[in-house]
Each structure stands twice: as structure tokens, then as C-alpha cells.
Write a protein that binds this ligand. Structure first.
Ligand code: FAD
Ligand code: DHB
Length: 394
């Protein structure tokens, strides 16, 4: 088997890369260990930056999102029991974010690829990369009970944090930057209307809480818990009670409608970056190269931005032989990645309660939150980072 770009992983990064390349007549094969149903059913991120949403529309995979997704022109910061709105429309030229589940993005990308006759192999196993330093790198894998090898010009490692691509690079060639946080998020999806029209990020003495949504009828709600927490100890009643305390409190402001819990899970918080994001003919895309804690809602946006930068570089490489863009791939992506790493770390530190935090730390957080809602300059900096910087290629 032979292709121009071998793509490992069918998350948003890998699928968008395949789609953008296909539109330019560049061949690729996408290899994915999970089943199509598992990939399309994974509950993960939901906030699309302004530039991400525009890119999906420009790439012809945004029609359903434009029809069905919720556009948001602000967020609510809740602290000291009181909600405060950050108005993006005023602060960042009317730009907003789009709330649209990652699995919906993935569904549309898979449909677009299959409609165009593109190759995605789900349910593969034993994926291994070879000769990534050479001009003929290859990917070995098992599919349908048989061993296969696909020879490529270039490999894109889009296989997430736990994938194999990053590990194919000799250890000494990568610099690793990492921070683990002493807390986790317990998230639920509930068949209940969201408590507010906009996302609510709450600072509370018991810990952070977030009210998000998937539609006007489905809520996505999170509470900060300790990293070793066992879901078995969290009954629905206990989760709703904790959400109510942190998001509503005694003086209300809005009500939290309860409903059947459709899905629940615990996510650990981590910051992680490897540099560079390229080794020989292997390019790392998205979570395989960097992870952010979810507080800033940046993970999927970064994967999509990496894919867009790489697609542009590969189009130049295959069409004209020009290597300038691929040679700068890592440098261009890392600038955006580190901005998002900083923002996500900052939002996390602003809103969570650390196990060793003192009353001083709580007052410091409240002072910073107060500054954000009383200084237009501080609010604008938050809004600008949340809505996201323009994509490099746009
Ligand atoms: P992924 O979406 O991880 O896709 C990688 C794909 O590669 C997967 O389909 C995987 O099955 C496949 N794969 C793995 N190994 C192999 C292999 N060896 N061979 C072939 N395929 C392989 N971000 C937010 O902003 N907000 C959130 O609330 C949020 N929640 C999250 C919850 C969880 C549990 C996780 C893990 C992440 C969450 N994120 C969140 C982050 C966001 O979802 C990711 O940043 C985004 O999915 C990155 O996209 P990607 O394409 O790089 O990787
Ligand atoms: C969601 C997740 C986030 O991490 C975030 O910051 C905002 C929204 C969500 O799942 O809806």
C-alpha cells in the first residue's frame, strides 16, 4: 500500500488534516484503533473558537454546525455567590465562540471523507511507525486479521496523548514540558435545560464548577473533585447537590434544573508540551504533542489549528516542492500552543481550589476575578484569549 500522507488517528486533528488535503487533491489514509461508533460517541470538548468555526465553514464541513450550534457572545464568571458577565460582543468586535460537541465535528468530518471516497480504516491494531527519518517512512498495522504496511511520503501523528506516534521519536530528540494538577473534573451530561444561556465558570470555596450545554435541552456540567476520586461514591443526588451549591448558592440568580444523567466521567488535568513537533518525516498534531487542562476550552481548537497549518505546508510541499512552510510547522504551531498553555494554566489557577491553598490564595483569586469584571482592559484580555487568535493561514 502506498499513500502521500499516512495519518495515525481519527480525532478532530487527523480527520480535518485528511479533509483539507483531499480538497487539494493530496492522498492520505487514516488509521484508527477505535471503531467508528466509539469515535463518533466520545463525549469531550465543545467550545469552538471563532477562527475554528470559520475554518470548518470554509472547509465545507460547517453547515450542520451553522444550523444547529449555539453561538455565544459572552461567558459568566460567578464568584462570591454573584454572577458577572464578560461581554465578548463589546470587547472583541462582536466575535463569539460556538458551542458544538467535538463528536459532532468528528461525525461531519467522517461523513465528508467517506462521501468523497476517502480511506479511513477503523478498528486497526498494532500500529507502528518505521523509517521516520528517511524519505520513505512507513506504518505497519493489523486490520481484518491481516498485517499491512503503508508506505508514505510523510506521516502525521494525530493519535492523541496516549498514541504511539510521539514514542516513535528518539527520546533525546524531544524536550518535554509537563505539569499535573492536584484536582480533576467530574463531568455529567444531563437531560435537563442548561441553567443559563451562556457558559458559567464558578469559583466557590468548595471548588470550581462549570455549567455548559450541548443544546437548549441538554446540559454539560462539571465539578472539581480530587484526582483519586471514585465515581462509585458520587450518586446523582450528591452530584446535583454539589452543583447546586457551587453554581446557584443561597441567593440564586438562576435555577439548576435536574434531569436524568446520560453520561458521567472523571478527567485528570494536565499541561504537556513536546518540542519540536516534527522529527524527520513525522509531524505531531494535536494532543499527541500537547495537552491543556480543559478550563480554557482550548484542546480541540489547538488540534484543528495544527492540522490547518500542516495541511497548508503539505500542499506547498507536494504541489511545488517548497519546504518553507513544513520547515516552520513546529515553530508556527508552538507559538499558538504556548499561548493556549498559558491561558489554560491561568484560568485553572484562577478558578480552582488547590489542596494546599491558604485563605491568602482564595483572597488573591477573588481579587483577580474582581479585576476581570471591573477593568475593561483585563476583561478584554480574557475575551480575546477565549475567543482565540486568528488562524495563521486565514
Ligand atoms: P484525539 O481526539 O485524542 O484523537 C486521537 C485519535 O487517535 C483517537 O480517535 C484515538 O482512538 C486514536 N488513536 C490512539 N492511539 C492510536 C494508535 N496507536 N493508532 C491509531 N489511532 C490511535 N478539551 C476541551 O477543550 N474541553 C473538554 O471538556 C475536554 N474534555 C476532554 C475529556 C477527555 C476524556 C479527553 C481525553 C480530552 C478532553 N479534551 C477537552 C481535550 C480535547 O478533546 C482534545 O484536545 C482533542 O480531542 C484533541 O484532538 P486530537 O485529534 O489531537 O486527538
Ligand atoms: C466545556 C468544556 C470545557 O472544558 C469548557 O471550558 C467549556 C465547555 C463543555 O464540555 O461544554
Amino acid at each position: 500500500m502506498r499513500t502521500q500522507v499516512g495519518i495515525v488517528g481519527a480525532g478532530p486533528g487527523g480527520l480535518l488534516l485528511a479533509h483539507l488535503l483531499q480538497r487539494e487533491g493530496i492522498e492520505s489514509i487514516v488509521l484508527e484503533t477505535a471503531s467508528r461508533a466509539a469515535v463518533e460517541g466520545r463525549v469531550r470538548a465543545s467550545v469552538l473558537e471563532y477562527g475554528t468555526a470559520r475554518l470548518l465553514v470554509q472547509a465545507g464541513v460547517g453547515a450542520r454546525m451553522e444550523r444547529e450550534a449555539l453561538v455565544q457572545h459572552g461567558i459568566v464568571l460567578r464568584f462570591g455567590g454573584v454572577p458577572h458577565r464578560i461581554n465578548f460582543a463589546e470587547l472583541v468586535d462582536g466575535r463569539g465562540v460556538v458551542v458544538w460537541g467535538q463528536h459532532e465535528v468528528v461525525k461531519d468530518l467522517i461523513a465528508a471523507r467517506l462521501d468523497a471516497g476517502g480511506d479511513i480504516r477503523f478498528d486497526v491494531s498494532d500500529v507502528a511507525l518505521a523509517d521516520i527519518e528517511s524519505k520513505r517512512p512507513s506504518i505497519r498495522f493489523r486490520h481484518g486479521g491481516e498485517n499491512h504496511v503503508v508506505e508514505c511520503d510523510v506521516i502525521a501523528g494525530c493519535d492523541g496523548f496516549h498514541g504511539i506516534s510521539r514514542g516513535a521519536i528518539p527520546g533525546g530528540a524531544l524536550q518535554v514540558f509537563e505539569r499535573l494538577y492536584p484536582f480533576a473534573w467530574l463531568g455529567i451530561m444531563a437531560d435537563a435545560p442548561p441553567p443559563a444561556d451562556e457558559l458559567v465558570y464558578a469559583h466557590h470555596p468548595s471548588g470550581f464548577a462549570l455549567a455548559s450545554m450541548r443544546s437548549q435541552r441538554i446540559s454539560r456540567l462539571y465539578i472539581q473533585v480530587s484526582p483519586g476520586e471514585d465515581l462509585a461514591y458520587w450518586s446523582d443526588a450528591r452530584i446535583w447537590d454539589e452543583l447546586d451549591q457551587r453554581l446557584v448558592g443561597p441567593d440564586g440568580g438562576f435555577t439548576l434544573a435536574e434531569g436524568p444523567v446520560l453520561q458521567r466521567g472523571i478527567t485528570l488535568l494536565r499541561s504537556f508540551v513536546v518540542e519540536p513537533m516534527r522529527y524527520g518525516r513525522l509531524f505531531l498534531v494535536g494532543d499527541s504533542a500537547h495537552v491543556v487542562p480543559p478550563t480554557g476550552a482550548k484542546g480541540m481548537n489547538l488540534a484543528i489549528a495544527d492540522a490547518a497549518v500542516l495541511a497548508r505546508g503539505l500542499v506547498a510541499l507536494f504541489k511545488t516542492g517548497d519546504t518553507a512552510l513544513v520547515d516552520h510547522y513546529s515553530e508556527v504551531c508552538l507559538r499558538r500552543v504556548w499561548a493556549a498553555e498559558h491561558f489554560s494554566w491561568w484560568m485553572t489557577r484562577l478558578l480552582h481550589r488547590g489542596p494546599f491553598d491558604t485563605p491568602f490564595d482564595q483572597r488573591r483569586q477573588l481579587a483577580e476575578l474582581d479585576r476581570l469584571v471591573s477593568s475593561p482592559a483585563a476583561a478584554a484580555a480574557l475575551a480575546e484569549a477565549y475567543v482565540g487568535r486568528p488562524l495563521e493561514h486565514a
